[in-house]
Design a protein around this ligand. Structure first.
Ligand SMILES: Cc1cc2nc3c(=O)[nH]c(=O)nc-3n(C[C@H](O)[C@H](O)[C@H](O)COP(=O)(O)O)c2cc1C
Length: 169
């Protein structure tokens, strides 16, 4: 798929078929994520690949908008590493870039996914730290739930001239 088309047609997908995702495809998603830009090229991310049904079913208990995880074959928790990047906000930005790359790659590969916000909401971060047994230096930033799509959304019109400012505000 052409890059601009992928960017324009990617939509959040929250309904999935029961088809599993092959390991090779998961690796492609992770590789795309790891090609994201990062501040000072620290690549300060880690990815928890969640395929165990028991864990997928526990996600909605700790995240208020994650019911789609019940039927999804895969979730990926994107985390920042404070030992690599000391500035928390840069971890958030680096992981956000990786998250979007991963979602675009998923769309290109015929998968669908949704970005679930985690950082900076402590009430979401703390139970995820416990659930996935994250060490102290690892902060959960975003959670991506993925699968083969069982719903379709058309591309909305989002180009807004009013948000563009040439040279000065
Ligand atoms: C930081 C962030 C947090 C989000 N959190 C959630 C969430 O908790 N639950 C959810 O269903 N979607 C979540 N989304 C997805 C947005 O709802 C979605 O991107 C937005 O409605 C635009 O739709 P689109 O992705 O189809 O373009 C989040 C997206 C971002 C970037």
């Amino acid at each position: 798929m052409e890059t601009l088309e992928a960017i324009r047609t990617r939509r959040s997908i929250r309904k999935f078929t029961s088809e599993p995702i092959e390991d090779e495809t998961v690796n492609k998603l992770l590789e795309a994520a790891m090609y994201a830009p990062s501040a000072r090229d620290t690549q300060s991310w880690h990815f928890i690949v969640v395929t165990m049904k028991e864990l997928l079913h526990r996600i909605p208990r700790v995240h208020p908008h994650a019911n789609m995880a019940y039927e999804a074959p895969l979730a990926i928790l994107v985390c920042g590493d404070l030992n690599i990047e000391h500035i928390t906000e840069y971890n958030a930005i680096n992981c956000a870039a990786a998250t979007e790359n991963l979602l675009l790659a998923a769309h290109d590969l015929g998968l669908g996914g949704v970005w679930l916000g985690v950082y900076p909401r402590l009430e979401r971060m703390e139970p995820l730290v416990k659930l996935f047994e994250l060490p102290e230096n690892i902060i959960p930033i975003s959670l991506i739930v993925l699968g083969y799509p069982n719903e379709k959304h058309s591309a909305p019109q989002r180009f807004k001239k009013s948000r563009i400012h040439f040279n000065k505000w």
